[in-house]
Design a binder for this molecule. Structure first.
Ligand SMILES: Nc1ncnc2c1ncn2[C@@H]1O[C@H](COP(=O)(O)OP(=O)(O)OP(=O)(O)O)[C@@H](O)[C@H]1O
Ligand SMILES: [Mg+2]
Length: 295
């Protein structure tokens, strides 16, 4: 743990240069993985995407934002000594709670157990964001696996992220709920890309039909265009991987579902450019959403 903290600090202090210009802005691309309905595959998606991105040469942190109901360590088979709850309650730093997961993906657990929701007050949230901010300058991707639904907290996390990845299944209730989430984001003035992933579909045709149905409603009623990031078919491999505590892209790298995950990771890769130095950090954006404009 000590060594890891030291290494992370060293990495952070490195200057980033592109074409010999020192880049001072944030580096990380922040992705918010969300859904209207729960249980549609967000956490599996988040960790497998993280590994695919890492395999493509990026450095990735996956944060399980489900405080008290964290699943990420179960899916990766790692045990985390400390979690976000320790950061908030016990004064641990982000370096103390970050763990090395499969393929070098960094994992932050949301912790287990029953916690009073007043834990997530302004002071604690600010502290958490200050700690996350430290990561923004030295990793390529921060993937937030955030809770399902349309609470203000969920909306603010998506609004602050660079890109949203919204997961839905073909189930009409899942589609209805993701539409409600998209509508809420539109009302709040979301300007980023709304990537849609259709999960647990029967085949490509099914996936495209589901996306088109959703996109048509979004076009007609909200006047917005959704982006089809990709799809994952229904396969027993996912539950097998969960039981084995090994993400499916590692358990069966050649399986179709793993290939599709790699294609989505490739689409999300973004070669850094000089213009990026002007970008506002995720934590700065989220702080202004939470504390300046109110929730
Ligand atoms: N492509 C798939 N094919 C078959 N089963 C899947 C697929 N994706 C996910 N599942 C199943 O769905 C279940 C829920 O997945 P997961 O825990 O990732 O969902 P979640 O959206 O994170 O749930 P929660 O909202 O409770 O956090 C898993 O147990 C997994 O077996
Ligand atoms: Mg989950």
């Amino acid at each position: 743990m000590e060594d890891q903290a030291k290494r992370l600090r060293e990495l952070m202090n490195k200057e980033r240069k592109i074409n010999n210009e020192i880049i001072v802005g944030k580096k990380a691309k922040t992705l918010a993985i969300a859904s209207g309905k729960g249980g549609v595959g967000k956490t599996n998606y988040a960790i497998n995407l993280g590994i695919s991105l890492q395999n493509l040469g990026s450095s990735v942190v996956v944060i399980d934002g489900d405080i008290g109901l964290s699943n990420i360590e179960i899916l990766t088979g790692i045990s985390t000594k400390y979690t976000i709850v320790d950061l908030i309650l016990k004064d641990k730093s982000i370096y103390d709670i970050i763990e090395e997961g499969p393929k070098g993906v960094k994992i932050v657990s949301g912790g287990f157990g029953h916690y009073d929701l007043s834990l997530i007050n302004d002071k604690n949230l600010n502290k958490l964001l200050d700690e996350i901010e430290k990561l923004e300058n030295f990793v390529d991707f921060i993937i937030f696996d955030i809770g399902a639904g349309i609470s203000n907290m969920v909306l603010n996390f998506i609004l602050a992220a660079d890109e949203a990845i919204l997961i839905t299944t073909p189930d009409p209730t899942s589609l209805m709920d993701v539409y409600a989430l998209i509508k809420a984001l539109t009302i709040y003035g979301y300007m980023g890309k709304l990537n849609i992933v259709t999960n647990i579909v029967e085949n490509k045709m099914d996936a495209i039909n589901v996306f088109e149905k959703l996109n048509k409603v979004a076009n007609n009623f909200l006047n917005i265009e959704l982006e089809f990031l990709g799809y994952l078919e229904r396969t027993n491999l996912v539950s097998k991987a969960v039981r084995n505590q090994q993400p499916f892209v590692l358990l069966s790298p050649k399986a179709n579902i793993s290939k599709r995950m790699n294609i989505m990771a490739l689409k999300l890769l973004d070669i850094p450019t000089i213009e990026k130095k002007e970008k506002l950090s995720f934590t700065q954006k989220l702080k202004s959403l939470l504390f300046e404009r109110g929730r």
